[in-house]
Design a protein around this ligand. Structure first.
Ligand code: GCB
Length: 861
């Protein structure tokens, strides 16, 4: 072998060994729960053991300890290296053992951390890694309580990192060892400050050169800065650089240009360590009168909050799914996201930089505070970790540290005045500490907290602490009146004219199975979701002083105690838990996108049942001034107002293809029209199914059957006689937002008619099957959740009921007592065979309490 080839080989070999390597060690861990340590199974990280049980067992989901074990082979070369394990996130107390030696513990489930495992490793052999992750409730670790699931496990990537003995600081890396600060940026000049820390674990003093090379967004090297340093063994040296960049290319949602810095440690021309980080140049301001400006221009921040879970996966998502979510948020036309209620995967911040989304990132100090030094300390540690870990991301503009911190207190009827005072005191003290820490660590960004609609935030003084106040406002949902939203904001603005305000949450629950053209609060319809969001968007657009708004929530998410239209799911998403879009997602596109769009609403509302003479209402979203709709050979043009064109069409029964055109773009959808007056005569082909007690049309996704909206009896047709719509809570139109046992079709059973006298069908003579659907809605009222803010208005529980059912005069069920016969909030179905010689009348006669029915199905046999 010629001498120079040998030399080249030698250099590249030593270089490979001496430089940093980073690789995931996600695959094939032996997993067990402490309870059940005999049984292990192989899992891959990202992993949670709670992907399913919160959706099956509700609040009882498994919150204890899980143990991950693996052996890793440590090559001899590791003798001269430093070896680290880096966790991106693990919920919530993580304890690491290597060869049975305790390495360390980390508290908190949403930030990253690094352990140096060098001293416990045995090179040249197998080494045992054991990671214990404890997800039990811990009064000293936030979140104590919140409206989402606390999925346990190592649910983000796990990295094995080896470095030279001389390296950029690692042990502390998750707490940030390479910061790029941009304290002064203007169109002409950007000041850049780079901070790094170099560690020498080689056993001897080293003379080193540290370099920082800056690349512009096109990848051109624009500057290399150098420092010569001497570092004693076992010491850490801080190395800082400063540089001015003329005429910087600015980062913004419309042009998310990213610079990059590469830092290197050199010794005798050899590179010992290297790290890269992107960063961006922008400046911003939050003004209490004029709102938010970015790079000197007003920018209304509009977007969504986002939780990190996904149907079937819990919080253990591959990076691709994070990416897909944020891409969808961007494609909705949004420019803003809030990582409610905790720091998210590092991939998220990288994506937001790249896509151009302004980020509010926050720590999970939610609903309540423990008055303990430990709780305060863990909260501060979380804030430090989040700030240092995501410091270099230009997308991050707001650091949040509390969400609705008084909500538990406000809804706790048992608390004494003294306890209340103590709670307020510790919460305000913690907020003061967090505010101070946030500003100390990052004076260049804005601090923020989110409040719920309650005066305590003002009277306690807590709302005076951060730079920006976020309001979570649910007018038109938890409290009445869509217009109350704007009024509330005006009042706040007037009372506190120096506070920059942003809307951190708003939105109603919406279930795509529930459809109507006549939406009402609490009906969980897509139409009500559209109505509320449209109104809120307008009210924010009308007010310059509001910095922006983030919808609650981008996607439906898991919440083990929730009992909405779908149990254990918070359905305020703009898209479903499985990421299928709801109408509202497309509405935002019409309001926010600059490129042309047209979309016929009603993806989940294809079956349209209309009364005699009634027209079919079609809603089209577009950002064009007008839309043309073609249907059944006709063509109509309609103006677009606030992103919506409404068409009322006389359509024949049966299928119709609709095509909407705007700006030379088209969108088509097929619908099927049914005339209600014909339903009885066509009953041989179709069953007639009625969602009794509601204006909502419900589609069972499993059978594809449609339960049509209820109607009052009219001659020649069908409908109810007597009674009223059941309401669990006054002023709320939905029957009961309870998890109805024994069915997946909760909305069908949640709404009902109480005190009903009869249900009548003017059907022709023949043999029929009549099926009645029931559920006893009354249960212990104290089980209602705190987010149903009007619980004080609760109706008195009317107790159990008993009634008889007659069909065409004959008693078919006597003394039907739903609670006794089936249990409360449990679906019950009874079918009866009826031979009719014209007409079917089902009568309900109460023996005690009031009769009640949820649904009725008529089939001709
Ligand atoms: C809130 C909370 C959020 C809940 C939301 C809701 O105000 O901040 O965590 O999920 O309301 O849906 O009730």
């Amino acid at each position: 072998m010629p001498g120079f080839v040998f030399l080249v080989l030698l250099i590249s070999v030593t270089q490979t060994f001496s430089q940093r390597t980073e690789k995931t060690i996600n695959s094939a861990w032996e997993f067990t729960t402490a309870e059940d340590s005999e049984k292990t199974h192989k899992v891959n990280i990202p992993h949670t053991w709670n992907a399913e049980d919160p959706f099956r067992d509700g609040k009882e989901y498994f919150r204890e300890k899980g143990i991950y074990r693996k052996t890793i082979f440590a090559p001899e070369e590791w003798q001269e290296q430093q070896v680290f394990l880096k966790f991106e996130g693990s919920n919530q107390v993580t304890t690491l053992f290597v060869n049975n030696t305790l390495i360390g513990e980390h508290r908190g489930g949403y930030t990253g951390f690094v352990f140096d495992i060098t001293s416990a490793l045995l090179p040249g052999t197998e080494n045992k890694i054991r990671i214990e992750v404890d997800n039990s409730h811990n009064p000293d670790i936030p979140p104590l309580d919140a409206d989402f699931n606390f999925y346990g496990g190592i649910y983000r990537d796990l990295w094995l990192i080896t470095t030279n003995e001389v390296h950029f600081e690692m042990a502390n890396e998750a707490a940030g060892n390479f910061l790029i600060k941009t304290p002064e940026v203007s169109a002409e000049n950007a000041r850049i400050e780079i901070e790094t820390r170099v560690v020498n674990q080689s056993g001897e003093r080293k003379r080193l050169t540290v370099e920082a090379e800056i690349f512009d967004p096109q990848g051109n090297s624009v500057q290399t800065l150098r420092r010569n340093i001497g570092v004693n063994s076992e010491e850490t040296a801080e190395v800082n650089f400063e540089e001015d960049l003329k005429n910087p290319q600015l980062w913004s949602p419309s042009s998310p240009d990213l610079y990059e810095v590469e830092i290197r440690i050199m010794a005798n021309e050899q590179q010992l360590d290297v790290q890269n980080s992107k960063f961006g140049l922008r400046w911003f301001e939050a003004d209490p009168e004029t709102g938010f400006t970015l790079n000197g221009k007003p920018l209304k921040l509009i977007g969504a909050n986002r939780h990190q879970d996904f149907e079937g996966l819990g919080n253990a998502l591959p990076n691709e799914l994070h990416y897909r979510d944020y891409k969808m948020i961007k494609e909705m036309g949004a420019n803003f996201i809030r990582t409610a209620h905790y720091p998210q995967d590092p991939e998220v911040y990288r994506i937001c930089d790249e896509l151009g989304l302004v980020v509010w990132s926050e720590i999970p100090v939610i609903n309540d505070v423990t008055d303990s030094a430990a709780y305060h300390e863990v909260s501060l540690q979380m804030q430090r970790e989040q700030i240092l870990q995501f410091f270099n991301h230009p997308s991050v503009i707001l650091w949040g540290y509390m969400n609705e911190i008084f909500i538990r207190l406000v809804f706790n009827n048992e608390v004494t005045e003294a306890e209340k005072e103590a709670k307020i005191k510790t919460s305000v003290e913690l907020a003061e500490k967090l505010e101070r820490e946030t500003k100390k660590m990052d004076p260049d960004r804005l601090s923020v907290m989110a409040l719920h609609e309650n005066e305590l935030y003002n009277t306690s003084g807590i709302a005076n602490l951060p730079d920006v106040i976020g309001w979570n406002l649910y007018f038109g949902w938890y409290s009445p009146g869509l217009e109350s939203f704007g009024k509330f904001l005006d009042e706040q603005h007037q009372k506190y004219p120096n506070r920059p305000l942003i809307i951190s949450e708003y939105g109603p629950g919406a279930d795509v199975r529930n459809q109507t053209i006549d939406p009402k609060p609490w009906d969980y319809s897509e139409a009500y979701q559209l109505k509320l969001h449209r109104s809120y968007l307008n009210q924010v657009q009308e007010r310059d002083f509001i910095m922006g708004m983030a919808a609650w929530n981008f996607a439906d998410f898991g919440s083990s105690f929730r009992q909405d239209a779908m149990p254990y799911i918070n359905q305020k998403g703009l898209i479903n838990f499985d990421r299928n879009t709801k109408d509202i997602y497309h509405y935002y596109q019409a309001r926010l996108l600059e490129e042309p769009m047209v979309y016929i609403a009603g993806k989940n509302y294809q079956e349209r049942y209309v009364q005699d003479g009634e027209k079919v209402e079609i809603t089209v979203f577009s950002n064009a001034p007008e839309v043309v709709l073609k249907a059944a050979g006709g063509k109509i043009t309609s103006e677009v107002t606030e992103g919506i064109a409404i068409f009322r069409l006389s359509l024949p029964e049966g299928e119709t293809l609709l095509t909407a055109t705007a700006d030379s773009l088209s969108h088509s959808r097929e619908i099927t029209v049914f005339r209600r007056e014909n339903l009885l005569s066509s009953i041989e082909k179709k069953q007639l199914l009625v969602n009794v007690g509601t204006h909502i049309q419900y589609k069972d996704p499993v059978t594809s059957q449609v339960w049509i909206a209820d109607q009052e009896y009219r001659e020649g047709s069908f409908g109810y006689i007597g009674g009223e719509r059941y309401q669990k809570v006054l002023n709320k139109f939905l029957g009961t937002a309870s998890d109805i046992q024994g069915t997946e079709n909760d909305p069908l059973f949640q709404t009902m008619r109480e005190g009903i006298e009869a249900y009548k069908f003017d059907a022709e003579s023949g043999k029929y099957r009549v099926t009645l659907l029931f559920a006893e809605p009354e249960f212990n009222a104290s089980e209602e959740n705190i987010y149903n803010l009007s619980t004080s208005e609760k109706q008195e529980i009317t107790g159990l009921r008993s009634f008889d059912i007659k069909i065409n005069g004959k008693v078919v069920s006597e003394d039907l007592n739903l609670a006794r016969d089936y249990g409360r909030i449990r679906a019950a179905e009874i079918s009866y065979i009826v031979n009719s010689d014209g007409g079917i009348t089902v009568e309900f006669e109460a023996n005690s309490g009031k009769s009640i029915v949820s649904g009725i199905k008529l089939e001709k046999l």
